[in-house]
Design a protein around this ligand. Structure first.
Ligand code: NHW
Ligand code: EN5
Length: 388
């Protein structure tokens, strides 16, 4: 059934019940000289390229491939439309490797037809921190699907990761493959109910219902928590401490240092937004919330072409109740013209989703590890990692 994945060091479906398998790496690292030194062979019309995302032209080509061929919902009504600025940010965290930004193009025409990326990250599983690759943006042009290009791309990114002496990877997908370490649910909080109904994001409709829906999702114009403000560069140390303290309670979480926090969480317009609560009395930073900007193209609607979505990223509450903190996040998202606020049921998100009128969506997100076996799948609330 999975001719490729059966050959890979990942948890296999047949082993799901087997408690005799030890938890930890499936294969041991080999000497780097034993890692294949040449790229895998592609079918003859194609060639590998390492994408230089500092080149505006290359960035445009990647953007074009993804905006036309990347992830859609099950009914093909929406397609993720990561912006160029977002892609640049996502692919250049501290310590990134250019060699992990991999393209496939047609030799003759030079057209970019496939893409896969990795970025390095320190990720803790229970008590052990591993340097891993986070794999994302796997995409094959619609016209080249089902030709088994994907296994070659996965093997090539694996080879380039291993050449850096890194032997584990984390990735997420909307589809089930061997085998999820956790399965999460997407939840959605409507900020612009009229538009969501008009574009079919929200199934409910009818004029009477529409007015009632609009009222149901109303939010105040101003945030309510005293000391709630945008994160600034001088907040990086305090936010790092807050986040470190919070994430250490979770089983699977990134191990962020200050450089990571600066990269991933310092606000970047139209890419990532972070807010915190600074106590008006003590000036202590007590709470933090963040979301990233990921619009979707609306496929085949007369009136609207883009859906502006915010995705919950990392949130930490120590003084402000999480419900109130996230309500303020909704208020700033609404003010900034987002149509919908999305969140997974990871970390402590379950504790605010229903209360703040999020509803479960029709999509799930499965988390995976490459070359690491877990005895049991984790609960979403045990996950502290959010991938873009
Ligand atoms: S998930 C988003 C993936 N991208 C999309 O869904 C975009 C739209 N779809 C496409 O572009 C986030 C194509 O349909 C793709 C498949 C390219 C998805 N994960 O080429 P074939 C990520 O980027 C397996 C894992 O004929 P295709 C995470 C499939 O099971 N495997 O398919 C990416 C089958 O193998 P099997 C996937 O439809 C993580 C084989 O590919 C997969 O033309 C990658 C078929 O290939 C998926 N999402 O193209 C793994 N989709 O054994 C990283 C398909 O079942 C692993 N497949 O026969 C770690 C590597 C680093 C290790 C370092 C130590
Ligand atoms: C790797 N980093 O399916 C990511 N989204 O629920 C790749 N549904 O938006 C993996 N079908 O339910 C990504 N509205 C996997 C997810 C792919 C995208 C996806 C789902 C997640 C989604 C929406 C739209 C459905 C359109 C029809 C949905 C219904 C709820 C609605 C919310 C607002 C208030 C009223 C009700």
């Amino acid at each position: 059934k999975h001719k490729f994945w059966e050959t890979q060091p990942v948890g296999q479906f047949k082993d799901l019940g087997d408690s005799s398998l030890p938890e930890g790496p499936i294969e041991q690292p080999t000497p780097l000289s034993e890692v294949k030194q040449e790229p895998y062979n592609l079918p003859t019309p194609y060639e590998w390229i390492t994408c230089d995302m500092d080149s505006g032209e290359m960035c445009n080509e990647v953007y074009a491939l993804l905006s036309n061929n990347y992830v859609e919902d099950v009914d093909s009504m929406f397609r993720f439309n990561y912006s160029k600025e977002f892609l640049y940010w996502a692919l250049h965290p501290p310590g990134y490797y250019r060699s992990w930004h991999i393209g496939v193009r047609v030799k003759n025409s030079k057209k970019l037809v496939a893409f896969i990326t990795g970025v390095p990250a320190k990720i803790r599983v229970r008590d052990t921190v591993f340097v891993m690759a986070e794999i994302n943006f796997l995409c094959v042009h619609k016209k080249l699907r089902s030709k088994r290009l994907t296994p070659v791309m996965i093997k090539e990114v694996t080879r380039r990761v291993q050449l850096e002496n890194i032997w584990q990877a984390a990735y997420t997908a909307g589809v089930v493959r061997p085998t999820p370490i956790a399965t999460c649910q997407y939840w959605h909080r409507s900020l612009n109910p009229k538009k969501l109904i008009d574009v079919g994001f929200s199934r409910i409709s009818g004029r009477m219902r529409k007015n009632r829906t609009i009222k149901l999702y109303k939010l105040p114009d101003q945030t309510v928590t005293p000391g709630f403000r945008k994160m600034e560069p001088h907040d990086v140390p305090a936010v790092s401490r807050l986040l470190k303290n919070y994430l250490k309670k979770l089983i699977f979480a990134p191990d962020f240092d200050e450089d990571d926090v600066e990269h991933w969480l310092l606000p970047k317009e139209n890419v990532v937004d972070s807010y915190l609560v600074e106590s008006p009395e003590t000036h202590e930073i007590t709470d933090f919330c963040s979301f990233y900007t990921l619009p979707s193209s609306i496929l085949g609607n007369q009136n609207h072409s883009a859906l502006k979505a915010a995705y919950s990223f990392y949130n930490v509450s120590t003084k402000t109740p999480l419900i109130r903190l996230m309500n303020d996040a909704l208020i700033v998202a609404k003010k900034n013209d987002f149509d919908v606020f999305n969140a997974l049921d990871v970390m402590h998100n379950e504790t605010f989703l229903k209360e703040l009128k999020f509803v479960p969506g029709d999509g799930e997100l499965h988390y995976y590890l490459y070359n690491y076996h877990l005895k049991q799948a984790l609960r979403p609330s045990e996950l502290g990692l959010v991938l873009l």
